[in-house]
Design a protein around this ligand. Structure first.
Ligand code: ZN
Length: 393
């Protein structure tokens, strides 16, 4: 121990005694943490460049690189860069870079100031100690909210069987469709889906995935739900009122949320419309991005009204009791139709207007289970569309 301490002391002494000169390496701190890169930062034409992946990831952005095209997404910001080009965009708006992104020793280096500022961080350069300090705004004062524990740890849950099309003989279908991506849906609905081996769909707001807000699922929880067998679908990027948005805004909502979620889980093919604010104009755009669109209008989906881009659903609110939901299921069984049940957070207290309890959800699943899969089959929105398209289109 003494030896180690001595060693540490001599090593740190070595650093302190080294003068900061023009030859000394450039160092980078992000939110106070000294970064280490396999390719050291470079100063080119007065701009400091750092390895691409390191800087984007330390700022919480998700990154995709296709050929020379670099795309980074963080919260509601999308940044595009091209290696060897001074042209870049931030949320579609063009920006001219003082220094292009370059490749050096097989590593792509990007200008740290541009990247950081584009993602809303502040950048300071100290020439005396050749140090770049990057700080994400609000990163320091973010206080985590208490998180209720998961009912069952994810690693103890068994996976949900994927769709077996052979089991579909035209019987009723049921979909549990959870909006907004609340952590309570993850904590309290997921164990029930696993226990009853029932598919379902989480409709996620793209802008919340990396927001750090504790009441929403984060990227690893979304991935875990996907891995368990839950469909991950879009609920737009910012949860806007789409009928009062411009066409460009609507496209951005669809495209960006799809990009963020697909980066995590692969293909995203359905969406739940926020605020059920939908019309023919929004539908015409949604058709280009999604195979299925869920709205809310208290109806089942049947041969005479089936439209994959206008899927009807019933909403569970905090005054909805089991018997009401049982009525929807009975109706679907009788009609051999598809009933979609819209849910939100799942909490014991159901204080929020759209919340229900794990007890009610469990009762519903038990009831569906008792009817048998030959009477009513639980499916994700994606798989419901797949089966219904075969039947009615
Ligand atoms: Zn919503």
């Amino acid at each position: 121990m003494k030896k180690l301490l001595l060693l540490l002391l001599s090593v740190s002494f070595l650093f302190v005694s080294m003068p900061a000169s023009a030859a000394s390496p450039i160092r980078v701190k992000v939110n106070g943490a000294l970064q280490s890169y396999d390719q050291p930062p470079e100063m080119i034409n007065g701009s400091v460049l750092v390895p691409l992946r390191g800087i984007f990831e330390s700022l919480g952005a998700s990154l995709s690189v296709t050929g020379k095209n670099i795309k980074a997404v963080h919260k509601d910001t999308v940044v595009h860069l091209t290696i060897g080009s001074a042209a870049a965009t931030i949320n579609g708006a063009g920006v001219k870079l003082a220094q292009k992104a370059v490749v050096m020793n097989g590593r792509t280096l990007v200008p740290i100031r541009f990247v950081s500022e584009a993602l809303g961080a502040e950048v300071k350069w100290s020439s005396a100690d050749r140090m770049v300090s990057v700080s994400s705004r609000g990163a320091a004062q973010a206080t985590p909210e208490p998180v209720p524990p998961a009912a069952v740890p994810i690693e103890d849950m068994s996976k949900i069987d994927p769709l077996n099309e052979k089991l579909y003989k035209g019987q009723a279908l049921v979909t549990f469709s959870y909006d907004d991506g609340f952590l309570s849906s993850y904590n309290n609905a997921l164990p029930l889906h696993s226990k009853y081996n029932m598919a379902g769909t989480f409709n996620i707001i793209g802008g919340k995935v990396y927001s750090g807000e504790q009441r929403f699922m984060n990227s690893s929880q979304i991935w875990a739900a996907h891995d368990l067998g839950i469909e991950i679908a879009s609920h737009t990027q910012t949860h806007p009122f789409l009928t009062s948005s411009t066409e460009a805004e609507i496209r951005e909502e669809f495209k960006t949320s799809k990009f963020i979620l697909e980066d995590l889980v692969g293909e995203v093919s359905t969406i739940a419309i926020p605020n059920s604010d939908y019309n023919d104009a929004v539908r015409a755009i949604a058709v280009e991005y999604f195979d299925g669109v869920r709205v809310y209008n208290r109806d089942t989906n049947r041969a005479d009204n089936y439209d994959p881009h206008w899927l009807k659903s019933f909403a569970v609110v905090n005054t909805t009791e089991f018997s009401t939901i049982q009525g929807w299921i009975d109706r679907a069984i009788e009609e051999k139709s598809w009933v979609i049940i819209m849910l939100h957070g799942i909490t014991e207290e159901r204080l929020g207007e759209y919340e229900t309890t794990p007890q009610i959800l469990g009762q519903v699943m038990q009831y569906i289970n008792d009817q048998g899969k030959d009477k009513i089959m639980p499916v994700s929105t994606r798989d419901g569309v797949r089966l219904m398209n075969k039947e009615f289109k």
